[in-house]
Design a binder for this molecule. Sequence first.
Ligand SMILES: Cc1ncc(COP(=O)(O)O)c(C=O)c1O
Length: 381
Amino acid sequence: MKPIPFHFPYLSGEEKKTIQKAIKHFGAGRKDSPYLARCEQWLQKFCQVERVLLTTSCTHALELAALLCNIGPGDEVILPSFTFVSTANAFALRGARLCFVDIDPHTMNIDPVRVEAAITPQTKAIVVVHYGGVSCNIAALRQLADRFNIFLIEDAAHCINAYCEEAHLGTFGHLGSFSFHKTKNINSREGGALVVNDPALMDRAAIIRDNGTNREAFFSGKVSHYEWVDIGSNYHMTELSAAFLWPQLKNAKEVTRKLLVHWNAYYEALLPLWEENKIELCAVPPYARHNAHLSFIKCRDLEERTALIAFLKDRGIDAFFHYIPLHNTPAGKRYGYFAGSDQHTTFESERLLRLPLYYELKKSQRKRVVKVLYEFYRPQR
Ligand SMILES: Cc1ncc(COP(=O)(O)O)c(C=O)c1O
């Protein structure tokens, strides 16, 4: 039987055409970047926000966010330990001390009660992750940020077309970031975006993305020349990446629809195993409208997960775990500390296993994954 890969990047089939168009545009000597402009406008409308800046990656969007919030030595930044390194690096790079807090085991998202307990006079920002596009309790976190007058930054890397109630994730914090890495639902191979929700940060965000220059003001005729006005870097997405991204964005809803079919089918098929207490599944909170970015099960413990990965692999199925908690890593220990007790982060991450889920996954493949999971959990005697 043909192996079932863990992931396969989405392609709309239109990318070649749009890339060729972009190249023709350069060939005609044109200096503007129509695909970049189109993608940014599309995202602004789709997310109902005033300003979205496309960036080289979500990592760079987070770095831009750290610069915008003037994070520096002496500041503390609260974040989950169960996340990708970029969430932490962006702030460690600026010299901040990282304060890792525990998660809600049902969603793997940061726990607002633990966040509140971890706030100190040094806390400058809370950075949250909506794991798998499932909203964290963002309303409670926004209230906390407002009450303590600190920045709220959403690492919404997984969240294109994912919502809390009716509002798009990434639009609740002062700043939000998306990833268009090839592992995400919608991709430009590498790419990202920064959502700037705080009007006070909008002009400076464009300046920082543009090497600290006021080039955008120059191009829109607001100043006679552009010059170095602030610190910054080159965080721009290229026009070619935007040409790749454009047809994908236009298909975002269709991609989510198909992924949700797989996600829901996995969930329904595996529910009996949860009811028998053999596995656990994600308990999606009622306010979360997720985008089926990933599907996971929780095994009993690390030992069982290791055995299950090997069992699946033997039957041609790739399944992977996710995120070694950052506070347990050498850099995590150097740049941060865990506030309160690690009641859930290490244990839950050690038993989490992601199942194959992507646009090209076939119903027959999904059914095979489920069948093999049943063979593991209900072996024939
Ligand atoms: C939660 C989270 N944040 C940030 C990133 C980094 O995204 P990028 O690869 O676009 O830099 C990832 C990547 O997978 C991620 O999972």
